[in-house]
Design a protein around this ligand. Structure first.
Ligand SMILES: Cc1cc2nc3c(=O)[nH]c(=O)nc-3n(C[C@H](O)[C@H](O)[C@H](O)COP(=O)(O)OP(=O)(O)OC[C@H]3O[C@@H](n4cnc5c(N)ncnc54)[C@H](O)[C@@H]3O)c2cc1C
Length: 380
């Protein structure tokens, strides 16, 4: 049972839909072709409040509840999957800071994060630590007044323009899950070196970076939670992040369905629109059914999160189902378009590539299945 979306929030979702389809859609094609960062539009997104969606109003945000938030990410993804993930990752970091920073840093940071120039990023993965973030080698050594971080982070979304990174680093070597801690790092600090990762298959407008940390000083109060809480904070942030990625997948799938519908009505073969062939109709019908099912899973997870109830399993189910569905749907969208769908003049070609990442980041489909089964087996 999902809670209703208020009139105000419906209005906001519709406004984002109009903005995204009117302004971002064409730009997204250019970002893809030129592999250019969608962050060139950040100031506009800040002005619209889209980087303060999950920040309290008293701190300058617009405090949108999780359900309308998910629908906003979907609307952004329909027009630009790259902008959707930029906003989703930033929102995930805002929430982690809200939940785990000490009072003084939380108050200071929330104001900043809602203001232009303060995009945030989530730096967990490393070259040898992907599905297993516990294998992180980046180290945090205690020093006078704080910590010094040394190591490499890889695959960081928002990693180039981003200013505030939450970084998972090793503070002990006992071999248990409390060996890692989470730090809030200012990427403008001495010792931070960042480089873009080029050549991505999809979401080419989203920034992905690698970051080397060479003894970077982080003040003591920038430790999130307690020492040893790093993995817990990372997994808690990812629970919420997965609702965002599931919504991104649904937005991609919806764009594909709309394109299948319009193209199949226009394209004539055997003297009739291809929409009259049952084979085409079934691809469209299956796709919309899967999207509606995915949306219900997203809405349930979003509602549970908002109510403060545990939602780990439900977020993984939403992400698993929606991302796999988006890939099936993008495959069908190319199929419905025939040869036209195989060239980049046609947007389904890009959506097919963009959909691919959704089963990989913020936990692969295999990891989502592991999380779902672990929760079920533990409950049993
Ligand atoms: C474009 C992009 C953006 C990203 N953004 C971020 C970001 O902002 N921050 C960040 O920290 N990371 C980010 N990532 C990293 C992303 O989260 C990882 O790529 C992902 O978690 C998978 O890790 P991996 O690539 O090392 O694959 P691996 O972990 O090496 O996995 C390889 C394969 O093995 C499977 N596998 C691994 N372990 C198991 C298991 N226990 N059981 C079954 N199968 C298993 C996986 O499912 C996969 O199929 C990003 C990645 C990309 C490509």
């Amino acid at each position: 049972m999902t809670t209703a979306i208020s009139e105000d929030h419906r209005f906001l979702i519709e406004g984002v839909r109009d903005y995204a389809r009117g302004e971002l859609l064409e730009l997204d094609k250019q970002w893809d072709r030129e592999e250019r960062s969608c962050c060139e539009r950040l100031d506009q997104l800040y002005e619209m409040g889209l980087l303060g969606l999950r920040i309290p109003e008293e701190a300058g945000g617009i405090a949108v509840p999780m359900l309308p938030y998910a629908h906003i990410i979907r609307e952004l993804a329909y027009a630009s999957p790259s902008v959707a993930v930029t906003v989703s990752v930033h929102s995930m970091v805002c929430e982690a800071i809200k939940m785990f920073a000490c009072d003084a840093i939380r108050d200071q940071m929330q104001h900043k994060l809602a203001t232009a120039g303060n995009l945030s990023a989530f730096a967990i993965s490393e070259p040898d630590a992907g599905s297993d973030p516990g294998a992180a080698k980046t180290r945090a050594e205690p020093v006078e007044g704080g910590w010094k971080l040394t190591g490499s982070k890889f695959w960081v979304t928002n990693g180039i323009v981003g200013r505030w990174f939450i970084v998972l680093a090793r503070t002990a070597d006992t071999g248990n899950s409390r060996d890692l801690s989470m730090f809030l790092l200012d990427a403008q600090s001495d010792g931070v070196d960042r480089r873009p990762i080029h050549g991505k298959m999809g979401i080419r407008g989203s920034e992905t970076g690698e970051m080397n940390l060479d003894g970077v000083f982080v003040p003591r109060e920038h430790l999130l939670g307690e020492e040893g809480d790093g993995l817990k904070i990372a997994l808690s942030a990812l629970d919420g992040g997965r609702i965002g990625i599931a919504s991104q997948a649904i937005g991609i799938g919806l764009a594909c369905v709309d394109m299948m519908v319009s193209y199949s009505k226009e394209r004539v073969q055997f003297k009739q629109p291809i929409a009259s062939f049952q084979a085409i109709q079934w691809m469209i019908a299956d796709s919309q059914t899967e999207l509606d099912a995915g949306q219900l899973l997203v809405d349930r997870a979003a509602d549970l999160k908002e109510s403060g109830t545990s939602y780990t399993r439900e977020a993984s189910m939403a992400k698993l189902f929606a991302s796999e569905a988006a890939n099936r749907i993008a495959y069908r969208a190319v199929q419905v378009h025939g040869g036209t769908g195989y060239v980049n003049e046609c947007r389904v070609e890009q959506l097919y590539r963009d959909a691919r990442i959704t089963t990989i980041y913020e936990g692969t489909s295999e990891i989502q299945r592991y999380v779902i089964a672990r929760e079920l087996l533990r409950d049993a």
